[in-house]
Design a binder for this molecule. Structure first.
Ligand SMILES: Nc1ncnc2c1ncn2[C@@H]1O[C@H](COP(=O)(O)OP(=O)(O)OP(=O)(O)O)[C@@H](O)[C@H]1O
Ligand SMILES: [Mg+2]
Length: 240
């Protein structure tokens, strides 16, 4: 697997997303550069998923702009998004990855080797033939990660990758995220797990009501939050 430098940095300048009368993201400026993962945090409805979709290029800003390595029209061939609730195909674990590889344009002759490599990377080598829908929640999340990696992305967006997993399953997913990151793939994740943001985050981005409130290195964010909203959020008091 090989990471590409293309697509980075992703730069949002004064970008807003609206739906009818509702402003979902309000003049967001943010730079996502190569390096350690960026963790998006904030209360339910803050705009985390919308920001991931905007940075992925799935939606366009109503105002402002988004660029990928300086270009405003970059097709997302080098970006992958793992949704908040991934759906497994009704076939084996390995076949789910094979399908993703085919969709990503990987030639038939290369697929078997890539399936093995991806199964090993996410720790599912012994479960390749198991029906994907019989996997545990944590195993399914790791399979979803493997599928997202099938297109050899430079940037991997993860929406709540460990929601509803227990601590052991969460750790297994975080280990995969670290392995992915150490291969040079930029990870941008939305999470409600502040411990996870602290463990994985190079940078923390706090969103609140569609606005970016604070961007800081993880250690500084948690030890010395700069804004009142960040202090309240870290204390568990910023609920909506
Ligand atoms: N297409 C849409 N039309 C109308 N409202 C939308 C649309 N997409 C998102 N919203 C609203 O925008 C707000 C932000 O949604 P978003 O899913 O980005 O939040 P989030 O931070 O990911 O929340 P959660 O933590 O619950 O996943 C929510 O109030 C949501 O209902
Ligand atoms: Mg969300």
């Amino acid at each position: 697997m090989r990471a590409f430098a293309g697509d980075l940095p992703i730069v949002l300048e004064d970008a807003s997303v609206v739906a009818g009368a509702l402003t979902i993201l309000d003049r967001v400026s943010l730079r996502l550069a190569a390096g350690a993962p960026t963790a998006l945090i904030g209360p339910n409805g803050a705009g985390k998923t919308t920001l991931l979709r905007l940075a992925m290029g799935l939606i366009a800003p109503a105002r402002g702009k988004v660029s990928w390595d300086g270009s405003e029209s970059s097709s997302p061939t080098r970006r992958a998004l793992m949704f908040q609730r991934p759906v497994m195909l009704r076939r084996s674990t390995a076949a789910n990855i094979r399908y993703a590889l085919a969709a990503a344009g990987v030639g038939r002759s290369e697929r078997a080797a890539r399936v093995s490599e991806l199964l090993a990377l996410v720790g599912l080598a012994s479960l390749g033939e198991r029906p994907a829908r019989r996997l545990s929640g944590g195993e399914q999340q790791r399979l979803a990660l493997a599928r997202a990696l099938a297109k050899d992305p430079a940037v991997l967006f993860l929406d709540e990758p460990t929601a509803s997993l227990d601590p052991a399953a969460t750790k297994a997913v975080e280990d995969v995220i670290r392995a992915v990151s150490s291969r040079g793939i930029k990870v941008v994740l939305a999470t409600h797990d502040l411990g996870q943001a602290r463990r994985l985050g190079g940078d923390i981005v706090l969103l609140h009501r569609g606005r970016v409130i604070e961007v800081s290195p993880a250690a500084a964010f948690f030890s010395n939050p700069k804004t009142p909203e960040a202090r309240r959020f870290v204390a568990g008091e910023l609920l909506v």
